[in-house]
Design a protein around this ligand. Structure first.
Ligand code: ZN
Length: 252
C-alpha cells in the first residue's frame, strides 16, 4: 500500500492505482483521533471524502452483520449510511455497483476488507469479510453476483485485500477452527502454536483465485492490524471503537 498525504491521509493499492480507480484505506496512525463510525464520525467522513475526492452525500454503507447478503447499489441508494446509522442498507456485508460517482465503503477492525474492480465493465465491490464471511465464501459470492448482474468476467477483476488481523495473531478456539476444517494448511495453521491460527488473507486470496481472478491481479496489504507497524484500528489489540474505512468509487 502507498500512503497518500492529504488533510485526511489514506492508503491506496498499487494495482488499483494502475487503473486510476479512486479508492482508500484509512489508518489511525497519522491521525489517532480519527473514527469513521457513523455515530460520531461525520466530520471525519467529510474530511475523508474531500481528501480522496468523492461526494460524501453519495456514500453508501451497509449494516454489516457477518451475513452473506450482497447489495446491488444504484442511484436510489446513494447516500444511505453516509453520515448516519439508520439509513444504512440493513444486514448487508458486501456492496456492488456499476454506477459511477457512488462510493462504497466497509468498516473493519481486524476483519478483512476487500475491494474489487472490474476493468472491463467498470463495476466495483466493497466487501466486509470477517472469519464467518470468509469461511462462508462471501468474496466468491460477490464475484459471482458481479458476473450475474454486470457481466463481469473474473479475469478482468482487480482485487485488493486490506489490512486485517494476521495469522500471527489470529489464534482461534476449536469452534472457529471447525469452520475451516476443510481448508488447506496454509489457511488453518498449527505450526508450533498451542491453538490453531487462521490466515484470513490466504483464505480470501484462495477464494479469489478459485473464482477465476488472476493471481497477478490480487494485491494484499499483508499488514496485521494487531501487531503491524502501520497502526490500523484493531479490535483485538485495544477493544477500540475505531474502524478502518475501506472504499472505492467509479469515476464519472
Ligand atoms: Zn499480528
Amino acid at each position: 500500500m502507498q500512503l497518500q498525504q492529504a488533510d485526511f491521509p489514506f492508503y491506496t493499492f498499487t494495482n488499483l492505482n494502475k487503473y486510476g480507480v479512486r479508492h482508500f484505506v484509512t489508518s489511525c496512525g497519522p491521525n489517532a483521533d480519527v473514527n469513521l463510525r457513523a455515530a460520531n464520525g461525520a466530520e471525519c467522513r467529510r474530511r475523508l471524502a474531500q481528501s480522496v475526492g468523492f461526494d460524501i452525500d453519495q456514500l453508501v454503507t451497509g449494516e454489516q452483520t457477518h451475513s452473506l447478503n450482497i447489495a446491488v447499489v444504484t442511484e436510489k441508494d446513494a447516500g444511505r449510511g453516509s453520515l448516519d446509522i439508520d439509513s444504512r442498507i440493513p444486514c448487508t456485508d458486501a456492496l456492488i455497483t456499476n454506477r459511477p460517482g457512488i462510493p462504497l465503503m466497509v468498516l473493519t477492525a481486524d476483519c478483512v476488507p476487500v475491494l474489487l474492480f472490474d476493468v472491463a465493465t467498470r463495476s466495483a465491490a466493497a466487501i466486509h469479510a470477517g472469519w464467518r464471511g470468509t469461511a462462508n465464501g462471501i468474496v466468491s459470492l460477490t464475484v459471482e453476483k458481479m458476473s450475474r448482474k454486470f457481466g463481469t468476467k473474473p479475469q478482468d477483476v482487480v482485487a485488493a485485500i486490506g489490512p486485517c488481523i494476521g495469522a500471527c495473531c489470529f489464534e482461534v478456539g476449536d469452534d472457529v477452527a471447525g469452520h475451516f476444517s476443510r481448508w488447506p494448511e496454509t489457511v488453518i495453521r498449527r505450526n508450533g502454536w498451542p491453538k490453531p491460527h487462521i490466515d484470513l488473507v490466504t483464505a480470501n486470496r484462495l477464494q479469489l483465485e478459485q473464482s477465476g481472478v488472476l493471481p497477478q491481479n490480487i494485491e494484499a496489504a499483508d499488514e496485521c492490524t494487531k501487531c503491524g507497524p502501520l497502526q490500523f484500528f484493531s479490535h483485538r489489540r485495544n477493544q477500540t471503537l475505531g474502524r478502518i474505512g475501506t472504499g472505492i468509487v467509479i469515476d464519472k
